[in-house]
Write a protein that binds this ligand. Structure first.
Ligand SMILES: C[S@@+](CC[C@H](N)C(=O)[O-])C[C@H]1O[C@@H](n2cnc3c(N)ncnc32)[C@H](O)[C@@H]1O
Length: 286
């Protein structure tokens, strides 16, 4: 016999149950149509983005939006973009980069090659920051940076290394707070609108699409940086992705997270030591 929702004693409010079911169906449609799986992303952030899209599109129910997503590619692309949340900046949280420079770089110097994975690199500002840092430390020639994101559009932008000129003042300040001592403007040329970062910074960077939820490990790294990505995942999904990072890190390799992320409640934590707890830098020790 078929069960319907009216037969189920809802744990909470029925309206909330229905909304949750509508979100489940929307996320299932998105997964079936695009291959992008947001079903284990943090529900409150996903729900906020769905409601924003409904407001902008003047829709009153989630089901109406699902219907449009199924029948009109434009809505699918929009919602994928809404979920991808690619806010970033150069030398974001500069103290992270300062700690990386002071506490991690000395331990990387002796390796013949250094492989760094930036997972969830968005439009590339974080990757260019790392390339500048490695260049200044005299290590870029033996470093390969793998910059990945699930969103191909942001990767296309990242490959260009072109950022709005009006952001350069803030980025220069971040760079200095991150321990940069050069003139930041030596890394780019400008016109009236944009800063064009020098191609030489790109020479050892490989950009590729990779989805942390559905794709496998693809190399063994000395460093994995994944900042401001896991914050959107449920605890269960964070555990899954941390297993992927653990598998992909060499022994004594380093893991860097965002300032609102931590390994503290993650199952794999006992296999890491804190290098700098405030800056969320960890080292794989077993
Ligand atoms: C807020 S940005 C963070 C950018 C950069 N790491 C930083 O901290 O400035 C989050 C990025 O994670 C990417 N992302 C979200 N879910 C992902 C997944 N499952 N696999 C790979 N990238 C993902 C998004 O597309 C977005 O570009």
């Amino acid at each position: 016999m078929m069960t319907n929702l009216f037969d189920i004693e809802p744990a909470g409010n029925l309206d909330t149950e229905y909304k949750d079911l509508e979100i489940d169906l929307l996320l299932k449609a998105v997964f079936r149509l695009s291959g992008y799986d947001f079903r284990l992303y943090n529900r409150s952030s996903i729900s906020r983005r769905i409601h924003n899209r409904m407001r902008v599109s003047n829709l009153s129910t989630i089901t109406e939006l699902t219907n449009l997503i199924i029948h009109d590619r434009k809505y699918l692309d929009q919602i994928l973009n809404d979920f991808s949340i690619n806010v970033t900046e150069m030398f974001r949280n500069p103290t992270f980069f300062k700690a990386f420079r002071n506490e991690v770089i000395p331990k990387l110097r002796d390796y013949p090659e250094i492989r760094i994975w930036h997972a969830g690199c968005a439009t590339g500002e974080e990757v260019f920051s790392m390339a500048i840092l490695m260049e200044e430390e005299g290590l870029m020639d033996k470093t390969v940076i793998y910059a990945t994101d699930m969103n191909e559009d942001v990767l296309e932008k990242a490959k260009d290394g072109v950022f709005p000129i009006h952001k350069m003042q803030a980025y220069t300040k971040n760079y200095q707070l991150a321990g940069g001592e050069e003139s930041f403007s030596k890394y780019y040329k400008t016109d009236r609108q944009f800063a064009y970062f020098h191609n030489s910074l790109l020479k050892n960077i490989i950009f590729a699409q990779h989805n942390l939820v559905t794709d496998q490990s693809f190399n063994e790294f000395h460093v994995i940086i994944c900042r401001n990505v896991l914050i959107y995942f449920t605890q269960m999904l964070q555990n899954q992705v941390h297993n992927l990072f653990y598998e992909s890190l060499m022994l004594e390799g380093f893991l860097g997270l965002g300032d609102k992320e931590t390994l503290r409640f993650i199952d794999i934590m006992p296999n890491y030591n804190e290098v700098n707890g405030n800056e969320r830098i960890y080292q794989k020790v077993k």
